[in-house]
Design a protein around this ligand. Structure first.
Ligand code: 13P
Length: 256
């Protein structure tokens, strides 16, 4: 049995409205896919839908709603921001942070993400920490250094027991929304590399317990192969998670 969780996480991004969100969640949940104790399904929905989506999900085993971001500040005069404490108070258990779209369009830095990680952990919310390189860095073969710095600067201040509460998502930017997935070999290579970076700092055993998801053009027809790679523990899925039948197939592609 695999120790680390296998996770299918939907990142809806800024799509749809309340009615469409409800219908999409209903269509996926109607399938009644039973998850094992080691499998988790997460829907990262826009802020306005968090409460109703959570109610809609009910207590279904290992299904969770996530936020797509939170503030790097605990509270105060930060108009328009949403705090980790607010998320906790509405019973949210997961939160994506450091998505490449937030790094690129909202100038989020590794140091800010370290603050977000701390606030989420303090509020007992599992961060889904995104990392990944842009195309020019991949073309210059600089992906290892780039991703290692992201992981070190945002996570390596944590004690081992806190690091174990973090999920990592490797999302090569050139594969996001482009229809161009990393090959399974490329994904496996980067996931093994990230695990080796964690092992250097925390030891092999801790590294083997961290779930590392792949993101970037995961589709119903490629999820099985990608998730089958030994160091890939599921996926963070954008476009295909907005189509119920596709996301259902992606859930069914998790290792068990
Ligand atoms: P796509 O699956 O649409 O490529 O998006 C990936 C992503 O950014 C998930 O967070």
């Amino acid at each position: 049995m695999l120790m680390r969780k296998q996770i299918a996480a939907a990142n809806w991004k800024m799509n749809g409205n309340a009615q469409q969100a409800e219908a999409l969640l209903r269509d996926v949940m109607q399938q009644k896919i039973k998850l094992s104790d080691d499998q988790v399904v997460i829907f990262a929905v826009p802020f306005p839908f968090l409460v109703t989506a959570n109610q809609q999900l009910g207590k279904e085993h290992n299904y969770f709603i996530a936020a797509q971001n939170c503030s790097s500040h605990a509270s105060g005069a930060y108009t328009g921001e949403v705090s980790a404490e607010m998320l906790k108070s509405i019973h949210i258990k997961y939160c994506i942070i450091g998505h490449s779209e937030r790094r690129e369009y909202f100038s989020e830095t590794n140091a800010q993400l370290a603050e977000k990680i701390n606030l989420l952990l303090k509020n007992e919310i599992t961060p889904i920490f995104c990392c990944g390189e842009p195309l020019d860095i991949r073309e210059a073969n600089g992906q290892d250094k780039h991703v290692e710095a992201q992981v070190q600067e945002s996570l390596f201040h944590l004690a081992a027991d806190d690091l174990l509460k973090v999920v990592i998502a490797y999302e090569p930017i050139w594969a996001i929304g482009t229809g161009k997935t990393a090959t399974t070999a490329q994904a496996q290579e980067m996931h093994a590399f990230i695990r080796s970076v964690i092992a250097k700092r925390y030891g092999k055993e801790i590294a083997s317990e961290v779930s590392i998801l792949y993101g970037g053009s995961v589709k119903a027809n490629n999820a099985g192969e990608i998730f089958g790679a030994p160091d890939v523990d599921g996926g963070l899925v954008g476009g295909a998670s907005l189509v119920a039948k596709d996301f259902i197939q992606i859930i069914q592609s998790l290792k068990n």
